[in-house]
Design a protein around this ligand. Structure first.
Ligand code: X8Z
Ligand code: ZN
Length: 418
C-alpha cells in the first residue's frame, strides 16, 4: 500500500539501485567526517574503521550533519557560507523568512500566498506555552483558499531552507487546487517533498546570498566554494541512507521479515549497515529508538524524502538550463553555483508540472520538467563532483579507510547488565 503511490512494480529495486549509485559519494563523506571527528575526540571515541558514534554528528537522529560544519570544513580558516549569524544580525524574524521565500516563488512567476496563509498559519512557537507538535508541516484545507504552515521557526539558515521546503508544499497545493479532489496530490509524494528544496538549492548559493545581502561581495575563492559544497553535502548527502532506511525498516516489519521482537535491533542493524553509525551506548529491545523520529509514530511514509533528494537535483539541473544559468559545456558555470531567481522560464516549467497534480503518471510529470522519464542520480553526482574529487584525494592523502566494519554488537534482546 505504501508503495502504491509510486505506481512502479519494481520500485524497491529502483531505490536500491539509486542508493548503490550514490553510496560511493556517501562513503567518501563518511570517511572524511570520521577522520575529522577522530582528530577531535581521539581514537578511543572514534575508531579508525568502525561506524561513527551517532551522537557526534550534531543531530538527534544523525540524519543531517550540517551542525558540525566547523569540524568538517575542507579549509578551516575560510568561511563556509552558513549565514545564520548574518540573518540574526540583520534582524530577520520568522515572518520575514517566509516573506523572503514567497518573493523567490513570485520572482519565478509563481503564486503569492493568500491572506488566510498570513492570518492563520502558526509560524512561531506560541508564546502562551501550550503544547504543540512543532515538527514543520504544511496543510491544504481543501477549500481552494485556505492553506497554512505550522512551524516553530527559529532564525537560522537551516530553518530558512525548511521554510522554502514548506512553502513548496503550499505552492503545489495552490497550483493544483482546481483539480478534482482525488487528483489534488503530488505526481508522487517525492515530488511534493522535492519542490521547495529545489528552489532552496538556488537560494543557498553564495551568488544568491550576496544578492539578498546576507553575504558580502567578495571575489570568488575555490576554497570557500568547497567549504560551501561541504555544508550542502552534510545536509543532502549525509541524509541519503537515513532517508532510505526508515522505510526499509518498516517494509520489513510489514512483511514479517523482521519480527516484532527485533524492532530495535533491526533498526540499529540498518543504521550500521547503511549509515555507518552506531548508538552512543548499548541498546536493547527495552528501547524503541525509531519512535523518536516524528514520522514513525505519525505513521508517515519516509522514502519520499530519499526520492526527493534525487529528484531535486534533476529539477535543479533542468530549471537552470531553462533559465540560461547553466550549460553542461561551460565549466565556468557549474551546477552548484546556479541560481534560478527571477527566471520566468523556470517558473513556467514548474507551474506546468505542479498543475498536473496526480492526474498523470509521475514519469509524465518528470518529463514535463526534465525531458527524462526515470529517476536519475547523475545530476546529484554532477552537483557534488568538485567535492567528491576533493574528498577522494584528501582521504587518500590522510590514509583514511573508506567504508566501515562493525565494532561488535550494539543491540541485544534484553538490556546488558551494567
Ligand atoms: O519532515 C520533513 C519536513 C516536513 S514534510 C519538515 N522533512 C524530513 C525530516 O525532517 O525528517 C524534511 C526533510 C526530511
Ligand atoms: Zn515536506
Amino acid at each position: 500500500m505504501w508503495l502504491d503511490d509510486y505506481d512502479t512494480p519494481d520500485f524497491r529495486e529502483r531505490l536500491a539501485a539509486l542508493w548503490a549509485e550514490v553510496a560511493p559519494l556517501y562513503r567518501q563523506l563518511h570517511a572524511f567526517v570520521r577522520g575529522r571527528l577522530r582528530a577531535r575526540y581521539g581514537d578511543s571515541v572514534v575508531s579508525r574503521i568502525g561506524p561513527i558514534p551517532a551522537h557526534l554528528l550534531g543531530n538527534m537522529w544523525a540524519q543531517t550533519w550540517g551542525n558540525i560544519i566547523d569540524i568538517c570544513k575542507p579549509y578551516p580558516e575560510k568561511k563556509a557560507a552558513d549565514v545564520s549569524a548574518q540573518m540574526k544580525e540583520a534582524g530577520y524574524t520568522p515572518v520575514r523568512m517566509f516573506r523572503l521565500s514567497e518573493e523567490f516563488f513570485t520572482s519565478l512567476g509563481l503564486e503569492p500566498m493568500p491572506d488566510t496563509f498570513w492570518n492563520l498559519s502558526v509560524l512561531e512557537r506560541p508564546a502562551d506555552g501550550r503544547e504543540l507538535v512543532c515538527h514543520a508541516s504544511a496543510w491544504d484545507f481543501c477549500d481552494q483558499r485556505d492553506f497554512r504552515i505550522k512551524q516553530c521557526t527559529v532564525v537560522s539558515m537551516d530553518q530558512l531552507i525548511t521554510v522554502h521546503h514548506e512553502m513548496g508544499h503550499i505552492q503545489y497545493y495552490i497550483q493544483y487546487k482546481d483539480l478534482p479532489m482525488a487528483l489534488r496530490r503530488g505526481a508522487n509524494s517525492g515530488f511534493h517533498e522535492a519542490l521547495g528544496d529545489t528552489l532552496a538549492l538556488s537560494v543557498q548559493t553564495r551568488k544568491h546570498l550576496k544578492k539578498i545581502g546576507l553575504l558580502k561581495e567578495e571575489k570568488d575563492d575555490p576554497e570557500v566554494d568547497l567549504n560551501f559544497l561541504m555544508l550542502t553535502a552534510l545536509d543532502k548527502i549525509a541524509f541519503l541512507p537515513f532517508g532510505y532506511l526508515i522505510d526499509k525498516w518498516r517494509w520489513d516489519l510489514f512483511s514479517n521479515v523482521t519480527s516484532p521482537e527485533d524492532l530495535n535491533c533491526a533498526w540499529w542493524q540498518l543504521r550500521e549497515e547503511l549509515q555507518g553509525v552506531k548508538p552512543p551506548q548499548p541498546r536493547s529491545e527495552a528501547d524503541f529508538d525509531p519512535g523518536a523520529k516524528y514520522h514513525v509514530p505519525a505513521n508517515t511514509p519516509y522514502v519520499r524524502y530519499f526520492v526527493a533528494r534525487i529528484l531535486q537535483f534533476q529539477f535543479h539541473k533542468a530549471l537552470c538550463q531553462a533559465a540560461g544559468e547553466y550549460d553542461p559545456q561551460d565549466s565556468s558555470r557549474p551546477l552548484h553555483q546556479c541560481d534560478i531567481y527571477q527566471s520566468k522560464e523556470a517558473g513556467k516549467l514548474l507551474s506546468a508540472m505542479m498543475r498536473l497534480g496526480h492526474s498523470v503518471p509521475w514519469p509524465d510529470a518528470l518529463e514535463a520538467i526534465t525531458g527524462q522519464r526515470a529517476m536519475d542520480a547523475s545530476p546529484l553526482r554532477e552537483y557534488f563532483r568538485p567535492l567528491e574529487e576533493w574528498l577522494t584525494k584528501e582521504n587518500e592523502r590522510t590514509g583514511e579507510t573508506v567504508g566501515w566494519k562493525s565494532d561488535g554488537p550494539v543491540c541485544t534482546k534484553t538490556p546488558e547488565a551494567t
